[in-house]
Design a protein around this ligand. Structure first.
Ligand code: FAD
Ligand code: FES
Ligand code: FES
Length: 1325
């Protein structure tokens, strides 16, 4: 089925795609695996497909993107579904969208790629020449954790009308040719900017797309259509053929939901345990899908999707006079940012209104805009004002009634309406607070005739501030009225301090900040209506009303050109596409869960602890065992070997030490059965004290793992006596979720004897092997671990896959069946934890001129309940703690706190991104105190000459200074800073900020043997080469680079070389792929094997120098020369002596500098990233496309850490944020509007081909955004007379930003005494 429709004969249950199935998506049911499953909630877009439906009334075919994980299979009757396989494949012909995504380097791990492809493809089916705005809109529902989006957008932009090869503001002239180009570097250093060649792209011909199946048109037009009924074991699905039948069914089954877009019902059934035996689905009924324009407004059918509603309103706005379409424009604003394009295309207007979600973005505006619901039932029709749903408790839909349509009236001249929302992230994120407000004046009298204010996310549903509004009727629109409105509304809408969702004071502030914005907007509109009567609002206040626009990002990537004398066959240094790029884009790349099912295979579901610290009194599995399809329940008792491997516990035994700890697993024939049965396991706990959740609690209980780590230079205590001033403070950096797009997946196949074959996405197959062997009590040679690729890892797959692999292996051992163990997103986020939260306390001694003389720094990490990688993370943090600064008296100590949280683990940068933020923070604080610009204090305290680190490792900071200076210069830092100062002077409510941050980073590990690596290279008789090594392909392009290395060494084109997988059977004892050293160490091992082979071939080549590779190989074989070799790299000779506090723990340094500029909205806390410049010391880049991708992707991930990504825990240690709905990684909209990345050349003889490992370094550059925000907040505070230093903790969420921009509104809100209540969530750093 390439493109097909689902026939009645498809044997599926009506609950497919509705209930608990993990992967019950459209494509998977027909055995296509290209469509990926990243979350199951509609929030990530990995499962995007295109659905096409024919409307027999309009005679039009509608193509729309949808998240397959929320599409009920039965709703597809009569629809054509196109999955990524349907548009192109390697076997037949790849589609231009797939080709360009791959060639523009828009794929790294490739797990998001099919979804990206389908979003762009659907855009092109609707708009063959799309605008860049449409492109951004269609990508708004797709998350990518690897690339940083820039190359994905770029690939889509090649289809846009205004596409240009070089992206310098669409000038059409290559940046390198422009005289005025600010990026032209030294003449000797030849820089390139082209990472791909557009001329290679196949043209896009929209006329070649598959047609909509004519039989579906016939079906849709069939006048004899009947109600369609699907019977399942537990669910009956009914799709009425017309409105009359619908109303009959509605009357007969009042409890049955109407499933329209399924974006409310689906998630509720999946995650909230709702169950409906009968489902009525009128989706697609033409009677509910209409629009009617009249003189006084527009009526939209309840079955229209929100995306269609947006089109209808856009059309109306373009046709009608501006003043009459004010409500439509308000709605359009939110219809653009509500969810992603897929959800907007699925969700219907009727479903949205009826759901009455507290966070609804549309209902407050409809209510304020006097919209009318047209209701219909068998008994007749009636109309109600939507606002009555939220003001009168009695006004619910009656039994048998449905929403037929919504009438949205036009507004009158003296009516003004506004729509506002603030979310954690700009789009595809529920509002923290939203509002719809309308006022009507009595002509020119300036007195309020009618006033409506509705707020979302502040109560159980949309809340009306009706009492406030009533009291203000007749009042003049002036400052007194504003103060009164704020006072009254805070009195009327009371958010309790314990409110679910937290952020209570912020929400209160937002409510009145929105009223203030409304107030200003009305003044402005009144001025437009009657300039003589109403003065214009002051210029400095206008910025309160300006919105941050969504712009298509621009930018340039600059890297060193390849030496023109390099042989053409040699790919080293070229921007070679990811070796699996095309396969990623066509969906043919095989991930673990795509491996076909085995006979007798069982699925595993986990039962996890609900207590943070408790004794297990009993586990009752009897009911679970009786559940259909269940084969067994596995507990600690079933572990034949060690249940505790080096401190890591597989199954909890006797006690639990965190919420999320695995207590048992259920093995069943399907995942749905396993999961349902898991819910039946009954565990009785008895809480144990102490329960330690936060760092503060751990310090109080002296609960630490490992010994303290410390480095010191100079005499810190003495130095404090001779300084001008001292600052003491603390900084909190919260944790981070890896959010790799492919969740942890393990397949275990028991074979003969006690052998086990494991397929898993890991960064460390050796560890998986060792842990399973220890768990099963068998020698390592019985465990074969295979790893081909994984959908992102970022450190999260170093240690955890071993634990999960062992859990699955015990199940395989006990049942004798193959086991498929795939963590759902929620379980993955709960169980596997992430980056260590950090509390840093510091004492800084400095002189008045900004020179820092003494630093005493104390780190506390929240390690969680077991050791995992926490010791290494802490060591890295302490060793790298000075960053770029030469502080003569420097002491850093670190402790890892043992708490009752899931065990935190490795994460890109291994502690550096958290640990260095406080460093830059105290530099900023010193600058503040001295009244100096932070960049000046940074500059004066930086290492300037060849020197030694605090732990006495020699280094040369020259490349760092080069990055710093180039960044300052090429980003035009000083002139922009001046412009920002001007901007800030003129604008009271928007502030800009800019920051430049230097970086001294180290790659590798202090333990020498951990950087050893091996390879195995075979040359076959036809000359083809198979390369194997110990490194894992995580999306970072390691395999691609290894092919480049082998190609150079063997002097053959890359097409001769193949990499199949990494396995413990081919390369034993391999180290982890982490610490930015994957290419370095495995490259050396591959190089070594190739050189050995070339040495063997040398006599043959000498004899026949003009011969071809194939001839030499054939000859070698005939001469019995071995064509297979292992390769080996001993590792970097690193060491660290913690007793002496000195060593050479890292092989080399990577330097960089990053500059970012932001604008913040002081009233909401929103920020917009305007521009980022990164200068990274890449030495000689082995593959600039891949390295660029690592830096950009790392930067965006770092930016997420420091801004939008916020984990929420209950005071009892329960992680709330377990899906993309409540954990916000950056989307396409968050990336810088202008993004410039430049590689700075340096020498690095220590690494292969003088390259540098760049996998992690970009991450910390994200902190430039954090400090630009700090700068902007400081400007806001200065304007309000607050000149003392302040602390911005990480992440700098909208809440943090807003609450630091102290003003009359933050002062007006009621504050709660923290000692009087238990908050909904706490910070654990
Ligand atoms: C990932 C994701 C992100 C989201 N982001 C946002 C956001 O940012 N802002 C926001 O406001 N919303 C957001 N939503 C919510 C979304 O807007 C609603 O879920 C959606 O509008 C519901 O419409 P539906 O057609 O899918 O309803 P369904 O799920 O099909 O039905 C929902 C309910 O409405 C009833 N119903 C449906 N149609 C009718 C009718 N004609 N008459 C009477 N009752 C009816 C059903 O019986 C059912 O109880 C998001 C949802 C998801 C999944
Ligand atoms: S898997 Fe469907 S949106 Fe994430
Ligand atoms: S390439 Fe997008 S998630 Fe990995």
């Amino acid at each position: 089925m390439e493109q097909d429709h689902l026939r009645d004969s498809v044997a599926v249950s009506p609950s497919h795609g509705l209930g608990v199935e993990r992967r019950a998506q459209v494509s998977f049911l027909v055995c296509l695996t290209g469509t990926k499953y990243g979350c199951g909630t509609g929030g990530c877009g990995a499962c995007t497909v295109m659905i096409s439906k024919y409307n027999p009334v309009t005679k039009k075919i509608r193509h729309y993107s949808a998240t397959a994980c929320l599409v009920p299979i039965c709703s597809l009757h009569g629809a054509a579904v196109t999955t990524v396989e349907g548009i192109g494949s390697i076997k037949t012909r790849i589609h231009p969208v797939q080709e360009r995504l791959a060639k523009c380097h828009g794929t790294q791990c490739g797990f998001c790629s099919p979804g990206m492809v389908m979003s762009i493809y659907t855009l092109l089916r609707n708009h063959p020449d799309p605008s860049t705005e449409q492109l951004m809109e269609f990508l708004s529902g797709n998350l990518c954790r690897c690339t940083g989006y820039r190359p994905i957008i770029e690939s889509g932009r090649t289809f846009c009308e205004e596409s240009t090869v070089c992206q310098l503001q669409g000038t059409g002239k290559c940046c390198m040719d422009q005289e005025e180009n600010q990026f032209s570097l030294d003449k000797e250093e030849k820089m390139c900017t082209k990472l791909y060649d557009e001329s290679e792209f196949r043209p896009f011909d929209p006329s070649q797309e598959p047609i909509f199946p004519p039989e579906l048109i016939r079906m849709a037009e069939d006048p004899q259509k009947k109600t369609l009924i699907f019977h399942g074991d537990r669910v009956m699905w009914m799709s009425p053929a017309n409105l009359n039948e619908l109303l009959e069914l509605r009357m007969k089954y009042p409890m049955a939901p109407l499933v329209m877009g399924n974006t409310t019902v689906g998630p509720n059934m999946k995650f909230k345990g709702e169950f409906y035996p009968i489902i009525i689905s009128p989706a697609g009924l033409p009677e509910l899908n209409f629009v009617d324009f009249t003189d006084d407004g527009v009526t939209i059918g309840a079955g229209c999707s929100l995306a269609e509603m947006k089109d209808i309103l856009t059309y109306t706005v373009s046709k009608e006079p501006k003043e009459r379409t004010k409500t439509y424009r308000a709605l359009l604003k939110h219809l653009r940012t509500l969810a992603g394009q897929q959800i907007r295309s699925m969700a219907t207007l009727g479903g949205h209104v009826a759901s009455k979600h507290d966070y609804s973005d549309i209902n407050p505006i409809l209510a304020a805009g006097k919209a009318i619901l047209n209701l219909i039932s068998k008994e007749g029709e009636r109309q109600i004002l939507i606002e009555e749903l939220f003001t009168s408790l009695k006004e619910e839909l009656h039994d048998g009634e449905i929403i037929y349509s919504v009438f949205i009236p036009q507004l009158q001249k003296w009516e003004i309406i506004t729509a506002q929302r603030q979310a954690q992230r700009f789009e595809n994120s529920f509002a923290i607070v939203n509002a719809g407000m309308r006022v009507k004046f009595e002509g020119t009298k300036n007195s309020i005739k009618d006033l409506k204010m509705f707020f979302g996310s502040v109560g159980p549903t949309t809340i009306s501030a009706s009492k406030t509004c009533e009291q203000l009727i007749g009042r003049q629109w002036n400052d007194e009225m504003l103060s009164e409105a704020c006072r009254l509304v805070l009195d009327e809408i009371r958010i309790p301090p314990t409110a679910v969702g937290g952020m209570v004071e912020y929400k209160r502030t937002l409510i009145i900040s929105f009223i203030f914005k409304f107030y200003l907007k009305v003044l402005r509109e009144l001025h437009k209506l009657d300039p003589r009567m109403y003065p214009e609002i002051p210029e400095s206040s206008r910025s309160a009303l300006e919105e941050f626009p969504i712009k298509i990002p621009q930018g340039i990537q600059m890297f060193q050109c390849v030496d023109p004398h390099q042989p053409p066959q040699d790919p080293v240094g070229h921007p070679v596409m990811h070796q699996s790029g095309i396969k990623h884009a066509t969906g043919e790349a095989v991930y673990n869960d795509d491996i076909p099912r085995m006979d007798k295979e069982l699925h595993l579901a986990v039962v996890t602890s609900t207590r943070a610290h408790a004794k297990i009194l009993s586990i009752d599995v009897s009911e679970a065992l009786e559940f259909p399809g269940v084969v067994d329940v596995i507990t600690a008792k079933d572990v034949p070997g060690k249940n505790n491997h080096e401190g890591e516990i597989l199954y909890a035994e006797n006690e639990v030490i965190c919420v999320g700890q695995i207590v048992c697993t259920v093995a069943a024939d399907t995942y749905a059965h396993a999961k349902k049965a898991a819910e039946k396991v009954k565990i009785i706990y008895e809480d144990v004290e102490p329960r330690i959740i936060t760092i503060e609690e751990a310090i109080k209980h002296n609960s630490f793992l490992f010994k303290e780590k410390k480095i010191e230079k100079g005499n810190v205590d003495k130095a404090f006596k001779y300084v001008d001033d001292i600052i003491e403070d603390e900084v909190h950096v919260e944790g981070q979720e890896h959010f790799y797009m492919e969740t942890q997946t393990v397949l275990v196949f028991p074979t003969e004897d006690k052998d086990m074959v494991i397929y898993t996405g890991t960064q460390f197959p050796t560890h998986v092997q060792n842990m399973i062997a220890a768990t099963l009590g068998v020698p390592g040679n019985r465990i074969m671990c295979h790893m081909k690729r994984t959908g992102g890892a970022f450190g999260g797959k170093v240690s955890k896959p071993a634990l999960l692999g062992a859990v699955a292996a015990v199940a395989a051992h006990k049942t004798g069946h193959p086991i498929r163990f795939v963590l759902e997103r929620g379980d993955d986020m709960l169980i596997t934890a992430g980056r260590h939260p950090l509390l840093a306390k510091y004492k800084i001694g400095f002189m008045k001129n900004g020179l820092i003389k003494a630093v005493d720094l104390q780190y506390y990490t929240n390690a969680g309940c077991t050791p995992d990688e926490s010791e290494m993370v802490l060591e890295f943090m302490v060793l790298k703690s000075e960053n770029a600064y030469d502080i003569p008296n420097f002491r850093c100590r670190g402790r890892a706190c043992k708490t009752n949280l899931p065990s935190n683990t490795a994460f890109r940068g291994f502690g550096f991104p958290q640990g260095t933020l406080p460093v830059e923070n105290y530099i900023t604080a010193v600058a503040f105190k001295c009244g100096l610009p932070p960049e000046k204090v940074r500059d004066m305290n930086m290492y300037k000459t060849v020197n030694r680190t605090a732990y006495k490792e020699p280094f040369n900071p020259e490349p760092m200074l080069k990055c710093w200076e180039e960044c300052l210069d090429k980003s035009s830092f000083q002139s922009r800073k001046k412009a920002i100062e001007e901007f800030n002077k003129k604008n009271d409510w928007k502030k800009k900020g800019i920051a430049i941050i230097p970086m001294k980073y180290t790659i590798g590990v202090p333990t020498a043997y951990e950087s050893q690596a091996a390879s195995l290279v075979h040359i076959y008789q036809d000359g083809s080469v198979l390369v194997t090594h110990g490194g894992c392909e995580l999306g970072q392009g390691l395999y691609t680079k290894m092919i480049q290395v082998a190609s150079r060494e063997l002097k053959i084109p890359s097409s001769y070389i193949y990499l199949f997988e990494t396995s413990t059977t081919t390369v034993p004892n391999a180290s982890y792929t982490a610490g930015s050293m994957g290419t370095d160490i495995n490259g050396r091992a591959v190089q070594n094997a190739c050189q050995i082979l070339m040495k063997r071939l040398e006599p043959i080549i000498k004899k026949n120098p003009k011969g071809k590779w194939e001839e030499w190989i054939s000859q070698a074989f005939k001469e019995s020369i071995s064509l297979s070799s292992t390769g080996y790299f001993r590792g970097y000779q690193t060491h660290m002596d913690w007793e002496k506090e000195e060593g050479r723990p890292y092989p080399y340094f990577v330097y960089g500098a990053g500059c970012s500029e932001v604008e913040i909205d002081c009233l909401t806390g929103a920020h917009k990233l305007l521009r980022t410049d990164i200068f990274m010391d890449a030495a000689f880049s082995l593959n600039p496309a891949i390295d660029m991708g690592q830096i950009e992707g790392g930067f965006i991930q770092g930016m997420g850490l420091y801004t939008t990504e916020e984990l929420k825990y209950s005071p009892e240690g329960v992680l709330y944020s377990r899906s993309p709905e409540d954990y916000k990684i950056p989307t396409v909209t968050e990336i810088p509007e202008e993004f410039y990345v430049t590689f700075v050349r340096s020498q690095n003889p220590i690494a292969i081909y003088s390259s540098k490992g760049l996998g992690e370094a970009g991450m910390f550059m994200g902190s430039s955004v954090f400090f630009a925000i700090t700068d902007a907040v400081a400007a806001a505070r200065r304007q309000r007379g607050l000149t003392e230093p302040f602390t911005l903790n990480s992440p700098a969420t909208p809440e943090m930003i807003r609450m630091l921009c102290v003003d009359q509104f933050t002062e007006q809100i009621p504050r709660d005494d923290p000692s009087t209540f238990k908050p909904w969530s706490i910070h654990v750093s």
